[in-house]
Design a protein around this ligand. Structure first.
Ligand code: PLP
Length: 371
C-alpha cells in the first residue's frame, strides 16, 4: 500500500478562461496548477499527512533548516498528452530512483518509488485540465512546439532548528507547471562558455545528487558565461579543469565523424540524466556506437577544429536535446561544424519527442500511463 494522496479540492481553482489563456502560451516554470501533492516525514513517525491540497505558499519558521543549510533535493519530469487524450510519464521509475539516491547523499529520508508515483498520479489526476494538448501531428510537424505538464517533486528539511545535523522533520511536495518549449525562440544552437574559474562539483561532493546547492554553485558561472556573450556554461572537473563534465542543468554529448556517440563517464560529480541514459540506449538505432569515457577539454576543442567532432549537444528533460553551435573559452571561439543543428542531433531529439508523445512505438517500455 502506498501513502494515500487523497484530494482536498481547491475551492478557488483558476477560472477556465484564465487557465486556457495560460495554456495558450505557457512559457516555462512561470504558472502553476490548482493543486500540489504534499507529505511530511518525522524521525518518530516516518512519512504521513500525505494529500493533494490546494496550491499555495508554505508558512516557514525563519529557523527552518533548509533556509540555512540547504538540505534539499528535487526532481523534474513531464506528463505528456497523446493524440487520444491519454496522459503518460517518461521513465518516472528513474526519477524515483534518483530521488532516493539524492536523498541518501543529502541525509534525507527515502520516499519509496511507489509513494513517489502515487503522489504524481494523484496530482496529475487532480489537475488533468492543465495538461496541454498534444502538438498537432503530421509530416510538417516542427521540432519546437512541444508542450507538456512539467512536474517538480522536491523535498526539504522543514525542522525549525539551527543545529547542524540531518533534520528530523522533512517536507515532500510536488508542484506542476504547464510548459511550452524550453527555449522561447525555438530550437537553435546555443553558445557555451567553458569556465575555468568555477566548478560545480568535486569528487566526493554532491554533483551526482539533484540538489539546489549545485545550482547555486552554477549561477555565478552562468553570469560569467553571459558576460562573454554565451547562453550557457560548461563545467570541467574540479581537480584539473581538464575534463568535460556537464552544463549547469544538462548533460553533454559529442557525435563524431567516425560514428561514435560519446558522453562523459559518470565520475561521481556528474548528474545521471534520464535523457542522457535514454540517448545511450538509442545510439545503436541511429548507427552510432555509444561511448562513456573521459573527454579532455583540449581533445574536444581540437576535435571541433579538425572536424572529428561533427556535432555537439546538451540534453535534459526540460529542453530535451539542445544543439551546441559554438564553444568559447579564454583562448578563443570554436564553431561546431557549420554552427547549425546537426542531423543526428535533430534525429535524436525527434525520436525522443515522438516516443514521449506517442507518435513512435515505445520499444523500450519507457512510457507509463497515468490517465
Ligand atoms: C536534471 C539535470 C540534468 C538532466 O537530467 P534529466 O534526468 O535528463 O532531466 C543534467 N544535469 C544536471 C546538473 C541536472 O540537474
Amino acid at each position: 500500500m502506498s501513502l494515500p494522496f487523497d484530494l482536498r479540492p481547491n475551492p478557488h481553482p483558476r477560472p477556465t478562461a484564465e487557465r486556457e489563456a495560460i495554456l495558450a502560451a505557457p512559457g516555462f516554470g512561470v504558472s502553476f496548477t490548482d493543486h500540489m501533492a504534499v507529505a511530511t516525514w518525522t524521525g518518530a513517525d516516518g512519512w504521513h499527512d500525505s494529500a493533494v491540497v490546494p496550491y499555495g505558499p508554505f508558512s516557514l519558521d525563519p529557523a527552518t533548516a533548509v533556509l540555512h543549510y540547504a538540505q534539499e533535493i528535487f526532481e523534474g519530469l513531464k506528463a505528456y498528452k497523446h493524440a487520444d487524450g491519454s496522459v503518460w510519464l517518461f521513465r518516472p521509475d528513474q526519477n524515483a530512483a534518483r530521488l532516493a539516491r539524492s536523498a541518501h547523499r543529502l541525509a534525507l529520508p527515502v520516499l519509496s518509488e511507489e509513494d513517489f508515483l502515487a503522489s504524481i498520479d494523484a496530482l496529475v489526476a487532480a489537475d488533468v485540465a492543465w495538461v496541454p494538448s498534444a502538438p498537432a501531428s503530421g509530416a510538417s510537424m516542427p521540432l519546437d512546439n512541444e508542450q507538456s505538464l512539467y512536474l517538480r517533486p522536491f523535498m526539504f528539511a522543514s525542522e525549525a532548528f539551527l543545529g547542524v545535523r540531518a533534520a528530523q522533520r522533512v517536507t515532500y511536495c510536488c508542484i506542476a507547471s504547464p510548459a511550452g518549449p524550453y527555449f522561447a525562440r525555438g530550437v537553435h544552437p546555443v553558445s557555451i562558455w567553458i569556465s575555468t574559474t568555477y566548478t560545480r562539483a568535486a569528487a566526493g561532493g554532491m554533483g551526482a545528487a539533484k540538489t539546489g546547492g549545485n545550482y547555486a554553485a552554477s549561477l555565478v558561472a552562468q553570469q560569467e558565461a553571459a558576460t562573454h556573450g554565451c547562453d550557457q556554461v560548461m563545467f570541467a572537473d574540479a581537480a584539473e579543469h581538464a575534463y568535460v563534465e556537464e552544463l549547469g542543468g544538462m548533460n553533454v554529448y559529442l557525435v563524431t565523424s567516425d560514428a561514435e556517440l560519446i558522453t562523459p563517464e559518470l565520475s561521481g560529480s556528474i548528474l545521471e540524466g534520464v535523457t542522457r541514459d535514454s540517448i545511450l540506449s538509442l545510439a545503436r538505432e541511429f548507427g552510432l556506437t555509444p561511448v562513456e569515457r573521459r573527454i579532455g577539454v583540449t581533445e574536444l576543442l581540437e576535435g571541433i577544429d579538425s572536424g572529428w567532432v561533427a556535432e555537439l549537444f546538451a540534453c535534459g528533460t526540460a529542453a530535451v536535446v539542445t544543439p551546441i553551435g559554438t564553444l568559447k573559452n579564454e583562448q578563443g571561439t570554436h564553431q561546431v561544424g557549420s554552427g547549425q543543428t546537426g542531423e543526428t542531433t535533430a534525429a535524436l531529439r525527434k525520436n525522443l519527442l515522438d516516443v514521449q508523445y506517442g507518435r513512435a512505438e515505445d520499444t523500450h517500455g519507457w512510457l507509463r500511463r497515468v490517465l
